[in-house]
Design a protein around this ligand. Structure first.
Ligand SMILES: *Cc1c(COP(=O)(O)O)cnc(C)c1O
Length: 356
């Protein structure tokens, strides 16, 4: 039976990428050596990380005055590293609280300066994206989470403010075009839409680097990683390799615009069924629905376990919702096919026929 994996992360990658990555583990580029055993300073690996960097620049159209880094420690390390580098102890940064991940970013930034949470959607369990706020004029940057992986909301417009945006794009990077010029710093853990878990891409504007008066541990200073081309310490070689292959796959399949079109189609197909089907309800405000993580519940909660069983029997895996939201979450990242989404829709329709 064909398996469709709706896991929120680590999540599916294109089948071609799994095959190429497996080949690289066994015999990289016909060298007789594994990607796992060669020096990170070897020519083969240098070519891989250079290509990965070039692909980020090309796919997202990153201007020349931005640096692109591949770090480790996950997006979770960026929660504090961004504040350590960008927020002086007497400075203010504005934050939007749109879910569990942004709350964590807020918590981790607080020790470093004044963190001003200018809007939050916590009052409705993060079921919407706040609007109509203003960033205080003294704020140095505005931090936001572009896609809220757990509750299933997404910014479809980025805030119009005249300070740099600092953005956690872990769960929707490469899913749609973004105007990088509006951001001072973008970071994303690989394991949702970019590659295997273990590396985090950081895209940072030149002017934000090296401004900190704080004494930073060497490894926590963006300048270190810029100076060393992301090789200050041994980089996560396999996750970078897998990310490079995934980005190449995106490029070979029409680039970001084509990916966005496929994602649009998948999301609208699934949401249309949620809205049509008498057994299910969406969780979040329609205008803020995520195109990556689709959250929904069953009107009759007693039937939820049976639906998860029916989905698994049809090959649709990992659709259980996060414990803080309940119900279901179907993560439909770039590598999920429309066929997979249509299969889940079919299971929903069959379930309605049997139980409606
Ligand atoms: C998964 C996720 C994280 C955490 O990433 P790690 O790489 O595990 O630290 C942070 N932010 C968002 C939006 C996520 O989806």
């Amino acid at each position: 039976m064909k398996i469709y994996n709706f896991s929120p992360g680590p999540s599916i990658l294109p089948k071609e990428v799994f095959e190429q990555a497996a080949q690289g583990v066994l015999n990289l580029n016909g060298s007789g050596l594994s990607i796992l055993e060669i020096s990170h300073r070897s020519r083969d690996f240098t070519e891989i990380i250079t290509k990965a960097r070039d692909l980020v620049r090309e796919l997202l159209d990153v201007p020349k005055n931005y640096h692109i880094l591949f770090l480790s420690g996950g997006a979770s390390t960026q929660f504090l590293m961004s504040a350590m580098n960008l927020l002086p102890s007497n400075g203010t940064a504005a934050y939007l609280d749109t879910g569990s991940w942004s709350s964590k970013a807020i918590k981790e930034a607080k020790p470093y300066g004044n963190v001003d949470v200018i809007a939050s959607s916590k009052d409705r369990n993060y079921a919407y994206i706040p609007k109509g706020y203003k960033a205080p004029s003294e704020a140095l940057y505005l931090h936001l989470t572009s896609n809220n992986t757990i509750s299933g909301t997404q910014f479809h417009e980025f805030p119009e403010v005249n300070i740099p945006l600092v953005c956690d794009m872990s769960s929707d990077i490469f899913s749609r075009p973004v105007d990088v010029k509006r951001f001072g710093l973008i970071y994303a853990g690989a394991q949702k839409n970019m590659g295997p878990a273990g590396t985090t891409v950081v895209i940072i504007h030149d002017e934000l680097v090296g401004q900190s008066e704080r004494i930073l541990p060497t490894i926590m200073d963006y300048q270190t990683h810029i100076d060393k081309d992301s090789m200050f310490n041994t980089p996560p070689v396999f996750p970078i390799y897998g990310s490079m292959l995934t980005m190449q796959w995106i490029k070979d399949n029409g680039g970001i615009a084509a990916a966005a079109e496929r994602n649009e189609k998948k999301a609208s197909t699934l949401y249309a069924e949620i809205d049509r089907n008498s057994l299910f309800d969406g969780v979040v405000d329609k205008e803020d629905r995520s195109k990556m993580n689709v959250t929904f519940v069953m009107r009759d909660v007693a039937n939820e376990a049976a639906f998860i069983d029916a989905a698994s029997e049809a090959g649709c895996m990992s659709i259980k919702g996060h414990r803080s939201v309940g119900g279901f979450r179907a993560s439909i990242y770039n590598a999920m096919t429309l066929e997979g989404v249509e299969k889940l829709v079919y299971v929903m329709q069959e379930f309605e026929r049997a139980n409606g």
